[in-house]
Design a protein around this ligand. Structure first.
Ligand SMILES: Cc1cc2nc3c(=O)[nH]c(=O)nc-3n(C[C@H](O)[C@H](O)[C@H](O)COP(=O)(O)OP(=O)(O)OC[C@H]3O[C@@H](n4cnc5c(N)ncnc54)[C@H](O)[C@@H]3O)c2cc1C
Length: 316
């Protein structure tokens, strides 16, 4: 394990610490720093950020932050928030043709509930898909830690019977993902490929960054050669170049795949990609539960952490 691996696992650990969490949440400057990655806590903030990104020809997918709920009431609140969000996007003419879609974590809508969690999550996700369809857009199911992969893919298969555009996410750090890519590279199937953001054991996931990248390229080859709609979710310039080259080798038109990046990360590159005629979609997280999301971003890139700590120290 090198220094950056240690930092990464330390930060992922901190994301679980309630003491550190409350200290950071209470720091007066936190809000303004967090806004770089999370535009706000309310639906109105998410809609405003969407309008801004649409003005520069970027598409969006919006995530209402929160995960692992063990409270059915909280799961219902999450569904209501997505319903309100989708209706607000429709009213603002932002969602048509899937220009603004939503990303949903199944653990936020009940998957982790001890009794009937999978069924509750399916019913809740179905409700969000219905409202998304009314708004002329769709849903992508975020992928969480490896213990949920099978359950998430089986809920996806159910949803796709009625809502075939529902998107999946696959993580190249998992050993199983090449095989999942083969299964999902079918006509009309929207698949977001990312590296993966959770701390996973060596029994299921590559531990070395280079192995994760090599797996990403193998998965990209399968998705680009298949009949589905690949969504290349990465900030990694090398992987973006490889994706573009593979798409062109397969004779893909620019509207048959897309690039995706996170809100606030490499924004100039996002507009550059969009300006070159590629489809670029930005993942916008919003809500009160920004802490875990932020810690995962810090764990990925020490430069982000330096920026965050400098801001905390300089303004306190
Ligand atoms: C749209 C989207 C959706 C996602 N959904 C999920 C999901 O459902 N489940 C999940 O587990 N994970 C998800 N992720 C997170 C993902 O798994 C990775 O953790 C995250 O994207 C970091 O990986 P990376 O490919 O960007 O490369 P990294 O290995 O983090 O970075 C590679 C290179 O990218 C460049 N780079 C990265 N960050 C910056 C920066 N801030 N500024 C400048 N250059 C930078 C640098 O050159 C860096 O060396 C998602 C990511 C995106 C973009």
């Amino acid at each position: 394990m090198d220094a950056s691996d240690l930092l990464r696992s330390g930060l992922l650990h901190l994301s679980d610490s309630s003491m550190v969490r409350s200290t950071i949440e209470k720091a007066p400057v936190s809000r303004s720093v967090v806004q770089r990655y999370v535009p706000g806590t309310d639906v109105a903030h998410a809609v405003a950020a969407t309008a801004e990104l649409r003005a520069t020809n970027r598409q969006v997918t919006i995530d209402y932050l929160g995960e692992d709920t063990l409270d059915a009431g909280q799961a219902a609140h999450t569904v209501d928030t997505y319903v309100g969000l989708l209706r607000a996007l429709k009213a603002a003419n932002l969602s048509q043709f899937g220009a603004a879609e939503v990303s949903v974590k199944l653990s936020a809508v009940g998957q982790a509930l001890p009794r009937d969690g999978e069924k509750i999550a399916l019913d809740n996700a179905r409700r969000i898909c219905e409202i998304a369809q009314e708004a002329d857009t769709t849903v992508t199911l975020d992928m969480e830690d490896h213990t949920t992969t099978d359950s998430t893919l089986s809920i996806l298969a159910e949803l796709r019977k009625d809502f075939p555009t529902t998107g999946a996410v696959l993580q190249s750090y998992l050993h199983r993902t090449e095989s999942d890519c083969r299964d999902l590279a079918t006509s009309g199937s929207r698949v977001r490929l990312c590296k993966g953001a959770y701390k996973e054991p060596a029994s299921v996931a590559y531990q070395d960054a280079e192995d994760v990248d090599l797996s990403y390229v193998r998965c990209l080859k399968i998705l680009m050669a298949g009949d589905g709609y690949p969504m290349v979710a990465s900030h990694d310039p090398r992987l973006i170049d490889i994706a573009r080259a593979l798409a062109s080798r397969q004779g893909r038109e620019p509207d048959s795949y897309e690039f995706q990046m996170l809100y606030g990360i490499r924004p100039e590159e996002q507009t550059r990609i969009a300006d070159r005629g590629h489809q670029m979609r930005v993942y916008i997280p919003f809500g009160e539960e920004w802490y875990g999301y932020l810690m995962r971003r810090m764990a990925e890139r020490p430069a982000n952490l330096q920026f965050f700590l400098r801001s905390l120290l300089s303004k306190n």
